[in-house]
Design a protein around this ligand. Structure first.
Ligand SMILES: NC(=O)C1=CN([C@@H]2O[C@H](COP(=O)(O)OP(=O)(O)OC[C@H]3O[C@@H](n4cnc5c(N)ncnc54)[C@H](OP(=O)(O)O)[C@@H]3O)[C@@H](O)[C@H]2O)[C@@H](O)CC1
Ligand SMILES: Nc1ncnc2c1ncn2[C@@H]1O[C@H](COP(=O)(O)OP(=O)(O)O)[C@@H](O)[C@H]1O
Ligand SMILES: [K+]
Length: 502
């Protein structure tokens, strides 16, 4: 996994690395630019014209190195400079000196941006060195470029975006943000969705040992982190090894939620999956999902009781489609106080907890809560922004000793000891009804298979995001939750046959 350190520590990290390797900072910049160009050349052909905008710090230095390298590969480049080159960083100056003289280079003081015609904009104006919100001429440039009809690519971070906090004012709006070595924390924030576009993280060779001295409990998941957490099965493994789980939920008109959670558990590999639903769900589930065993509550429309002998199950997931009526709340309270194994708590079960302090006090270390942002704020109160939200999530886990999965782009797994894992899979096409129910099924399944709650959370969130990516390749905004369920098995194959990030 990649440790996420603060923007102000990036410079210290670079120094440590170049000193240990006995290389120049210029050479590290070369590595960053090479990595960028390798990525760029896979995406775009040489017919497209490129305008590269460079500030006078090292981000601008990256821009100049990128310009030189792409130019040598036959790309059509024009460079635009902003700032006084006399005050530039030394690596910027070195790169300016060796910029091929036949690259058209203009200063933004002498150029009317309205005359700009380009297919691609590469933004290397400001990186993690930003120290105040954008203003004046630079703000105008960034605003103009953000609205341009071109493919827009930010180098390291969109210019104007602070690396660790929520944006004040404005920043560049990119279609792609190509960040070096690790994602800066602010690239994980939903507030910055339209600034970041698609996020790409490029390895520039600074391995994790160099990150050790930097304090941080925040990590970005990589495929290897998932592979090592998966349980190994042997040729004589039997149904019992794969766990018996139960999904509790559904109410009149919302039986589909339990269907999706149960099928999600089956597709994740559970040995036996049972569902507990109100009477109205019996025929629906039996007919649509014959692999699932169905048990029913007494009431026709809501869940008003718990299944008998709950300890038969290795894990229970509760919430999808459940409703928040008083009877349902009593059932949840009983489950949380009596059932000693792991419980995944989602959707309406979270909404019930948010309204009832007595039930909230029952949250313990064997529970995983999976709120989306709205459900989370019902639980802890309104948050100012994502920084505040993450802080409150960690405080919540510390108090209740539970795991909390804050869903959204870069879904974040928050641990009681303050660690946070940001997911690297997922897609905006997951934003459709029922996908959260699928996650509940996946998580419950992994726990039932004997994964620790932490490993289940990490693997579950990662596979769910990857299934969303696979399902949406051709379906885009037409992707629905059941498409995602169907792709879960393929995520295991893809994970095992690929080394890269998804
Ligand atoms: N390991 C890695 O990740 C590697 C990182 N690398 C790259 O280095 C980048 C960081 O470079 P950096 O430290 O030189 O800072 P950068 O962002 O160029 O800005 C500094 C300049 O901006 C100015 N300035 C600040 N705020 C401003 C404002 N609001 N409005 C106007 N100006 C403002 C500030 O001026 P000052 O305030 O100091 O006068 C100074 O001149 C990083 O993002 C990545 O691209 C790679 O090269 C190698 C490996
Ligand atoms: N923009 C997005 N990018 C990535 N993942 C997303 C995005 N929007 C939603 N998701 C994912 O989709 C799922 C939605 O869950 P949830 O809101 O509980 O939906 P539902 O209640 O309809 O089942 C979560 O796993 C979340 O992380
Ligand atoms: K930038």
């Amino acid at each position: 996994m990649l440790k996420i350190i603060s923007g102000k520590d990036v410079n210290k990290l670079d120094l440590k690395y170049i000193k240990a390797k006995g290389i120049l900072s210029f050479e590290l910049m070369e590595k960053a630019a090479e990595a960028f160009c390798e990525w760029y050349m896979k995406q775009f052909d040489r017919k497209k014209t490129i305008a590269i905008f460079c500030g006078i710090g090292n981000n601008g230095g990256d821009g100049l190195a990128i310009a030189r390298m792409l130019f040598r590969q036959g790309y059509k480049i024009c460079v635009f400079l902003y700032g006084d080159a006399d005050n530039a960083s030394s690596d910027f100056k070195s790169n300016l000196r060796i910029l091929p003289s036949n690259i058209v280079t203009k200063h933004l003081n002498d150029f009317d941006l309205k005359k700009l015609e380009t297919d691609i904009v590469i933004d290397a104006l400001l990186g993690v060195g930003i120290n105040k919100p954008l203003e004046g001429q630079l703000l105008g440039i960034v605003q103009y470029l953000s609205n341009l009809k071109a493919v827009k690519i930010a180098v390291d971070v969109p210019s104007g975006l602070p690396s660790d906090t929520v944006l004040e004012g404005e920043a560049f709006s990119a279609d792609f943000t190509v960040s070096f070595q690790f994602p800066k924390l602010s690239l994980m924030f939903p507030e910055h969705g339209h600034n970041i576009g698609e996020l790409v993280i490029l390895d520039i060779g600074i391995d994790q040992s160099y990150f050790k001295e930097f304090e941080s409990k925040q990590f970005y998941l990589e495929p290897e982190d998932i592979k090592i957490r998966h349980k190994k099965y042997h040729r004589a493994s039997h149904k019992g090894d794969y766990g018996k789980v139960m999904l509790i939920g559904g109410s009149l008109g919302k039986v589909g939620a339990v269907y999706m959670a149960s099928k999600g558990a089956l597709r994740t590999g559970s040995g036996l999956v049972s569902a507990f639903v109100p009477k109205c769900g019996l025929n629906i589930l039996q007919a649509s999902l014959p692999e699932v065993m169905v048990e029913i509550s007494n009431n026709e429309y809501i869940i008003d009781a718990l299944p008998e002998n709950m300890e038969r199950f290795d894990a229970i997931g509760i919430g999808p489609g459940k409703g928040t009526d008083i009877k349902s709340a009593e059932v949840l309270q009983k489950l949380m106080s009596r059932y000693k194994k792991n419980i995944v708590i989602d959707a309406d079960a979270i909404n019930i907890i948010a309204q009832n302090e007595e039930i909230k006090d029952l949250i313990r270390d064997n529970m995983i809560l999976t709120p989306h942002v709205m459900e989370f704020e019902r639980l802890v109160g309104k948050c100012i922004d994502h920084t505040d939200r993450l802080k409150k999530a960690i405080d919540f886990c510390a108090v209740h000793k539970c795991i909390l999965i804050l869903k959204g782009p870069n879904t974040t797994i928050c641990m009681p000891d303050g660690r946070m894992y940001f997911n690297s899979t997922g897609t905006k096409y997951l934003a459709t009804g029922g996908t959260g129910d699928v996650l509940t099924g996946i998580l419950t399944s992994f726990i039932g298979q004997g994964y620790s709650a932490e490993n289940a959370a990490i693997c579950g969130v990662y596979h769910h995001g990857l299934a969303g990516q696979l399902a949406s390749v051709n379906k885009l905004h037409g992707t629905i939750a059941t498409d995602i369920i169907d792709k879960i098995p393929e995520t295991f194959y893809v994970l095992n046959h690929s080394a890269g990030n998804f």
